[in-house]
Design a protein around this ligand. Structure first.
Ligand SMILES: [Zn+2]
Length: 345
């Protein structure tokens, strides 16, 4: 069992309210940023105050409401957006990277992502080709024609993904954040995304885990970008890498902070392996010929038929990641899992 240390955050989570800004350690603040129209409700941005330089980790979903929340959080620390000199983002998803552009414009700060995160150019320069390749992939995964439109990307998706500005910096495993007065180390944790990073602040006994380890939900590990051959294998390796932070307090990007990282890692590993066992059982039953067939036979919290649109896409990509994982470990997987050319990181 984990020990919840962010008790006010937990109460706010349960009460469906936005938690307050907290100073977790001297010079380390958590600032909840609203995640609009999403059940996760908020992203926890972290402010790390150095000497004359200041990092903001995961600025969150881009919205006017979020921008006001961020400014209010900075004000609680006696700062303004122009105080920020470095914007560090644990992974490229829009509930983390989204507001980086707005904060960069207001501060002149650099933006940094892990060195293996996809780039905007990864999605190609031809929206029609991007959309067609994505559709071809999901057809090959056995998605019936009636569902292809809702599951696949559209030109607007391409425009959104390809318009993200390339970050000024890339952070490698083991590197210290280039912020004066901080000794915060980058820990590469691929899985949820190919270039996901965690941040270790040993002096303060803190680890910022992004979406790699959350107290309550299991992060999505999807077969998505082509530069990640075996995302689930990577994810399990990245869970093992949490050993270095066994005694640290965990500052996740959603929900609430806690202690008991080793216990949480065990739960996440068991959950993942149980899911793989479920996929294996479907394979052994000989009743599935496509990714779609396998997905339909797995248990989903509200049933497979309730999954629609982007959620259905994620479910299929999660199933595909298990098929690739099992094949990589010697299981005979007779189901083809072709990858679209749409994303080369
Ligand atoms: Zn997230």
């Amino acid at each position: 069992m984990i020990t919840i240390t962010g008790t006010a955050q937990f109460e706010a989570w349960q009460g469906k309210r936005l938690p307050g800004v907290e100073e977790v350690r001297p010079g380390v603040f958590s600032i909840p940023i609203p995640f609009i129209n999403n059940p996760m409700r908020y992203t926890l941005a972290y402010l790390l105050v150095g000497e004359g330089e200041t990092a903001l980790v995961d600025p969150g979903w881009d919205s006017d409401e979020g921008w006001e929340a961020l400014k209010a959080g900075l004000a609680a620390a006696g700062l303004t957006p122009s105080s920020i000199t470095g914007i560090v983002v644990t992974h490229f998803h829009p509930d983390h990277l989204g507001m980086a552009g707005r904060l960069r414009a207001a501060s002149g700060a650099w933006v940094a992502l892990g060195e293996h995160e996809p780039q905007a150019v990864s999605w190609g320069s031809e929206p029609d080709a991007f959309v067609a390749a994505d559709r071809t992939q999901f057809e090959a995964w056995g998605v019936p024609a009636d569902f292809l439109d809702e599951v696949t990307f559209h030109n607007g998706t391409w425009a959104q993904m390809a318009s993200v500005q390339e970050p000024e910096r890339r952070l490698a495993d083991g590197e210290l954040l280039p912020i004066a007065g901080l000794e915060v180390r980058v820990l590469a944790t691929p899985g949820h995304t190919p270039g996901h990073i965690c941040l270790l602040d040993e002096a303060n006994g803190l680890i910022l885990t992004g979406d790699h380890v959350l107290p309550r939900i299991t992060p999505h590990v999807s077969l998505e970008t082509r530069n990640q051959a075996d995302p689930l294998g990577d994810y399990l390796t990245s869970l093992a890498a949490m050993d270095v932070a066994a005694d640290m307090e965990v500052l996740p990007a959603h929900e609430y902070r806690f202690r008991g990282l080793p216990e949480r890692v065990v739960e996440l590993r068991q959950h993942t392996l149980a899911r793989s066992a479920e996929v294996l059982a479907v394979l052994e039953s000989g009743t599935a010929e496509t990714v779609w067939d396998v997905s339909r036979q797995l248990t989903w919290s509200r049933g497979f038929d309730s999954l629609r649109g982007f959620t259905l896409r994620l479910a299929l990509a999660e199933t595909a990641s298990h098929l690739v994982y099992l094949a990589a470990r010697g299981t005979a997987v007779d189901i083809a899992v072709p990858r679209s050319t749409a994303a080369v990181g």
